[in-house]
Design a protein around this ligand. Structure first.
Ligand code: CUA
Length: 159
């Protein structure tokens, strides 16, 4: 079969790109243990009420000044709400769901993860801009999904 020279070049280029991207995925997964911020730590979704952390979801400050926010998503709200965190400090969000899959997105920032029942999704962000942010659920979770919103208040540091 005769294949035009340019066509052959593009076929090899496309194949090469595929290998490059696949290689990049397997390299980072294998060597740097990079994985999605979920499905690592498990939690019993039926016993969240008595869980030491998620039984009382809220904001805690560690000794080093970093902030941890434990969030439980449930149809159709987030706990706690509102969430209040300081600006310019690393904030680690730890999310889980009490029922179905929800989303957690702080609109206008790169804070964005899924809240999956049975798992803890964790990520850390630093909010530079004080103000009020909308938190939205971005996974369809039921008839009132569009009403599932929360508020994040980023406060200016007082020092
Ligand atoms: Cu929760 Cu959509």
């Amino acid at each position: 079969m005769h294949v035009e020279l340019y066509e052959r070049i593009w076929m090899w280029a496309a194949g090469g790109l595929l290998l490059l991207f696949l290689g990049a995925i397997f390299l980072t997964v294998g060597l740097q243990a990079i994985q999605p911020p979920s499905h690592i730590e498990t939690v019993d979704p039926t016993a969240l009420a008595t869980h030491p952390e998620f039984g009382k979801p809220g904001v805690t400050t560690r000794a080093d000044g970093s902030v941890v926010v434990s969030v439980v998503a449930q149809t159709f709200s987030f706990s706690p709400d509102p969430i209040e965190v300081p600006a310019n400090r690393p904030v680690t969000f730890r999310l889980t769901s009490a029922d179905v899959i929800h989303g957690f997105e702080v609109v206008g920032t790169n804070a964005n993860a899924m809240a999956v029942p049975g798992y803890v999704s964790q990520f850390t962000v630093t909010f530079k801009q004080p103000g009020e942010y909308l938190i939205g659920c971005h996974e369809y979770c039921g008839t009132l999904h569009h009403n599932m919103v929360g508020k994040l208040i980023v406060k200016k540091e007082s020092q």
